[in-house]
Design a binder for this molecule. Structure first.
Ligand code: ATP
Ligand code: MG
Length: 199
């Protein structure tokens, strides 16, 4: 015999289940998504690479463009290239200590050509454009060209864009947008970035 609290709990859970079932029934469209991870908190690239790993784990094909080349190695790159993921990394040029706008623009344009190729490739299930937002903010890559390439991509292809301060037009275009909010960050109390955690 169920007690009253147990009955109430069961009724609440049933209502929740009905609501979720209704939302699942309402989701009738299946196509590739445009996902944006933005904001000032840690976790944008981590979430994006997590999704690449998830896709690759299902045997899907992914490509990655890294628009900012830090001084550091990149654990995800070393792992995922072994799994057949194509990486294109902005060669010289833009880092946090950006110096020369002309060489930065050339480097951004060179890697953007690879991005455009990937955004036309129907064999790619997932394309990650890591730190793309800065290229648009600095006007190294033309916003219109980006929105064109995104809207003409293969319908089954999902694209993930990361970076702070994502342009409003890309946020409007996106199907899913998550904003990472820095509640706190270890760096602020003087803790160093760590291999395996930060890169
Ligand atoms: P991650 O790659 O760890 O997911 P991210 O992509 O969200 O971070 P970026 O702006 O690309 O953040 O910064 C990359 C580096 O800066 C990482 O080493 C990350 O740990 C660090 N970082 C991210 N957010 C902050 C912050 N709010 N303060 C200080 N350092 C940060
Ligand atoms: Mg990042």
């Amino acid at each position: 015999m169920e007690t009253q609290p147990q009955q109430r709990h069961r009724a609440r859970q049933q209502k929740l289940k009905d609501q979720v079932d209704q939302r699942i029934a309402n989701a009738t469209v299946s196509r590739g998504l445009l996902i944006v991870f933005t904001g000032n908190g840690k976790g944008k690239s981590t979430a994006a690479f997590g999704t690449v790993t998830r896709a690759v784990g299902h045997g899907q094909k992914a490509g990655v463009i890294q628009f900012i080349k830090g001084e550091w190695a990149c654990g995800e790159r070393d792992l995922l290239t072994k799994c057949g993921v194509e990486f294109q990394v902005m060669s010289t040029g833009f880092t946090w200590e950006t110096q020369n706008k002309d060489t930065d623009r050339l480097a951004a344009q060179a890697v953007w050509q690879h991005a455009k190729r990937m955004l036309k490739d129907p064999t790619l299930d997932l394309v990650l454009l890591d730190e793309l937002t800065y290229m648009i903010a600095y006007d190294y890559v033309d916003l219109q060209e980006v929105t064109d390439a995104l809207s003409h991509r293969p319908p089954e292809q999902t694209v993930i864009i990361t970076g702070r301060g994502c342009h409003r037009e890309l946020l409007d275009m996106a199907d899913t947008v998550s904003e990472m909010r820095p509640v706190k960050h270890a760096f602020d109390k003087g803790l160093q970035a760590r291999q395996g955690i930060d890169w």
